[in-house]
Design a protein around this ligand. Structure first.
Ligand code: MCN
Length: 776
């Protein structure tokens, strides 16, 4: 058992250490999948369906097979039988009921625009694309299931081997006890909130390079991923090769946002093709493919009923959730299982009931997106404002009356969640204070008299971080080289969040070396220990804890040897900047390099009871109840003539425990907030009624630029978790808190004119429609 460190900033932890990866990334020297160029490498492209639902009546690939430079053209007939069972995203093994069966290529039917039908492999991408144009496909078109809200009862079936378009259903109708609460409460209010379809849009789209060498029976895969070890499992399964014959390497990853936590159908298909051809094949997704066929997210609605007593205390809540999984969800499709029990979030709500339904539609599959269960935050926080307006109470006051206080902790929610070490009340008050709530209300009233619409919105959330199954533990492997430098091997695949730096900070702090003397290795399954990857804001609590513990254990080994060499008791030793000295007698010291040389080169001179191996492999097992939390507050002005929204100020008060690196924490928050703002105001992967995607380039799919994002003002409360070091996660938070905060600000501005909104996106046309509805 490793002792827990008190929550204080140290020499490296808690400091704004410059990112070790930045010189490489900012000077164009990062190594992404597309930078991998191997001898005799072939290039792949997919032929995709351009209709949403149809039977393939004719598929002719002869001309493509005979085209210049083409090495192979695969169809379902060539590949699907090679796969034993369907290609489930790896973490969902055994959960076939939640998932649609997935095979490499569309077999008889296509199920969304973008469904891959054929894989063309040629000497270069140009020739592959030219040959793809020659593939001839005839379809018998079928009615497409596009509207997810009616999909469960639609008799047209996305997957005909399933009895309905229902992928998963949990919970049930309002229980009699909860109904009694609703009937007896002075206020019982029901409202429906919708999020809309949007995408992860990382800078680097998906990509893979696979090389199979039949002579040493080795499959090497270079992959853009958040999760190298799960990827190896998936590639081993799809090829039938043992896992130790598959090596996955992840270089730099240009963003993932959840999409790259799982192993996509296309990547598995390309790997299988390379294995069958015994060749090297590269596939790089283009932006058009990314927008129509990688994965979509946030397509869900929640109908919330909330009962409130006369003092504004929440007394019961029920939520009915419907979630669009698309045709082939690739993980995160079951987020409703998590989001509904979380609905009460940072508030005391004694009773909760829920029902969640995941449906299949003829649209692009859903994947996890930065805070995949955050619909509970959206629905709850928007509902709090609706309730406040309905009962005539200030929304901040309503939050104050219901928010969990420190004295309530640990708190077990009505959804069965064990919540501890959070600070929702403090973050709410910090935001109220920083944004100048009372002054803003006065300014708003003045503006209203001038015909201007100002609004303010708040959103609180609590986010669970330590989890079940493979997410509940994390390894770290630390090793000291003969010259005293330290190598750290972690399982994850950082994809933009600076783990190279924070892992070095943790090692330096708890071992007693300098960050410059630490090299962090990640993303290579051959050298790193098995772990569940980067996601779910788990690096702070999980990798943080694993490295913390491993560094302390390694220091014990160093002190045992140093104690012998210095003729001092190991417990009297200390180490800083790679120098070990006797506490109180600094002159009695020895360099770590000397200890390392002794351990590596003359272990025989050490006593038998001293372990000369200067490395530690440690697997940390997480406790329950590790939660981070935050409050977001946003102000805006809505132009009543154009319907455009200008965000004025954006304040975040967050609690991720001790910040390992405050710069990285604030960068994570700002990035997430930008995505949340983009989601609510600009981004929309819209389909027409026949299932044709209407936003398949960045001309139509609007992502916010720096001009649309206000300065994100970050403030911190630091409450230690029970994890070693006390670290909690932060990476998803911006994208969880921002959508409801922005939405509530716009709704508040519209309420000045008596207008209401409950759906997203809040684009000018929806804002104007809301205003016109009350003007006419
Ligand atoms: N950190 C810290 N102090 C803490 C907690 C965390 O300094 N108390 C640091 C961590 O060491 C890490 C970063 O903050 O460098 C994020 O850590 P954390 O939130 O613990 O977890 P993850 O690394 O697992 O982050 C994943 C989260 C998710 S789920 C998505 S999706 C995501 C993200 O964070 N996608 C990103 N951040 C992203 N950032 C970029 N640039 N690109 C993405 O695709």
């Amino acid at each position: 058992m490793v002792e827990t460190t008190p929550l204080t900033a140290g020499r490296f932890v808690g400091q704004k250490v410059l990112r070790k990866e930045d010189p490489r990334l900012l000077t164009g020297r990062g190594r992404y999948v597309d930078d991998v160029s191997l001898k005799e490498m072939l290039h792949a492209t997919f032929v995709r369906s351009d209709v949403a639902r149809a039977r393939i009546t004719r598929l002719d690939v002869d001309a493509a097979r005979n085209a210049e430079g083409v090495v192979a053209v695969f169809t379902a007939a060539d590949l699907n039988d090679q796969v034993a069972g369907s290609m489930l995203p790896s973490l969902f093994q055994g959960a076939e009921d939640f998932m649609a069966p997935i095979f490499p290529l569309a077999q008889d039917d296509v199920r969304f625009v973008g469904d891959p039908i054929a894989l063309v492999i040629a000497q270069n991408r140009y020739l592959a694309e030219d040959a793809a144009e020659l593939v001839e496909i005839d379809y018998e078109q079928l009615p497409a299931v596009i509207d997810y809200e009616s999909a469960a009862t639609n008799s047209e079936l996305v997957h005909p081997n399933r009895p309905a378009n229902v992928a998963m259903m949990m919970g049930g109708p309002v229980a009699p006890e909860l109904q009694a609460v609703f009937d007896g409460a002075p206020h019982t209010i029901t409202e429906t909130f919708r999020q809309h379809r949007y995408s992860m849009v990382p800078m680097e789209c998906r990509g893979v390079v696979a090389r199979f060498d039949p002579y040493d029976h080795q499959l090497d895969v270079w992959f853009s991923s958040q999760n190298p070890h799960e990827a190896r499992l998936a590639f081993s399964r799809v090829t039938g090769l043992p896992e130790n014959s598959v090596r996955v390497q992840i270089g730099d990853v240009g963003g993932g946002f959840g999409l790259k936590s799982f192993v996509g159908r296309e990547e598995q298909t390309v790997v299988l093709a390379a294995y069958l051809l015994k060749k090297t094949v590269k596939w790089i997704e283009d932006r058009h493919e990314h927008l129509i066929a990688s994965a979509h997210a946030r397509i869900e609605k929640m109908t919330v009923t909330m009962a409130v007593d006369d003092d504004g205390n929440f007394v019961g809540a029920y939520v009915d959730h419907v979630d669009d999984s698309g045709a082939y969800p690739i993980g995160g499709g079951s987020a409703g299982m998590l989001s509904c029990p979380l609905l009460t979030g940072p508030y005391r709500v004694p009773q909760l009931g829920f029902q969640t339904t995941q449906v299949w539609t003829n649209t692009c599959g859903k994947a996890a997106y930065r805070g995949p269960w955050m619909m509970e935050t959206v629905a709850r926080e928007e509902m709090v404002d609706v309730v406040a307006r309905a009962i005539g109470m200030d929304p901040v006051e309503l939050r104050r009356r219901n928010v969990i206080h420190r004295s309530d902790l640990p708190y077990t929610s009505a959804g069965g969640q064990f919540i501890d070490n959070v600070s929702p009340e403090e973050t709410l008050e910090q935001c109220v204070d920083v944004i100048g709530y009372d002054d803003f209300r006065a300014e708003q009233a003045k503006a209203k008299a001038e015909g201007r619409l100002l609004g303010i919105g708040f959103a609180l959330y609590v986010e669970p971080q330590t989890r079940f199954g493979p997410y509940g533990n994390e390894p770290a492997h630390l090793r000291i080289a003969p010259d005293g430098h330290v190598d750290v091997y972690i399982a994850s695949g950082a994809h933009g969040q600076g783990l190279e730096t924070t892992t070095a900070q943790l090692t330096a702090e708890f071992l007693g070396v300098h960050t410059d003397d630490v090299t962090v290795h990640q993303g290579d399954t051959e050298s790193t220990p098995y772990g569940a990857g980067t996601g779910g804001s788990r690096s702070g609590p999980m990798i943080g804890a694993a490295v913390h513990d491993a560094a302390i254990l390694l220091q014990e080994k160093v002190f045992a040897i140093a104690g012998h060499l210095l003729e001092a008791a190991p417990e009297d030793l200390q180490m800083e900047e790679s120098v070990i000295s006797v506490a109180g007698t600094p002159a009695k010291s020895i360099a770590l390099a000397q200890v390392a040389r002794s351990a590596h080169m003359s272990p025989g001179e050490l006593p038998d009871d001293i372990d000369p191996i200067l490395e530690v492999m440690h697997r940390y097992k997480a406790p329950d109840g590790v939660w981070s939390n935050a409050c977001h507050a946003c102000t805006c002005e809505v132009d009543p003539n154009t319907g455009t929204v200008e965000l004025l100020r954006y304040v975040v008060s967050e609690d991720c425990g001790l910040m390992i690196n405050p710069n990285i924490v604030e960068g994570q928050i700002a990035g997430g907030v930008a995505q949340g703002i983009g989601g609510v105001l600009y981004e929309h992967n819209i389909y027409d009624d026949d299932g044709n995607p209407l936003a398949s380039t960045f001309l139509d799919y609007l992502i916010p630029t720096a001009a649309e994002i206000p300065d994100v003002e970050c403030h911190h409360i630091e409450t230690a978790a029970t994890t070693p070091g006390g670290f909690k996660g932060v990476g998803e938070g911006g994208a969880i808190g921002a959508p409801p905060a922005v939405f509530n600000a716009v709704a508040d501005a519209l309420a000045q004119a008596g207008a209401t909104v409950t759906d997203q996106p809040l684009d000018p046309s929806r804002v104007l429609a809301a205003l016109h509805a009350v003007r006419s």
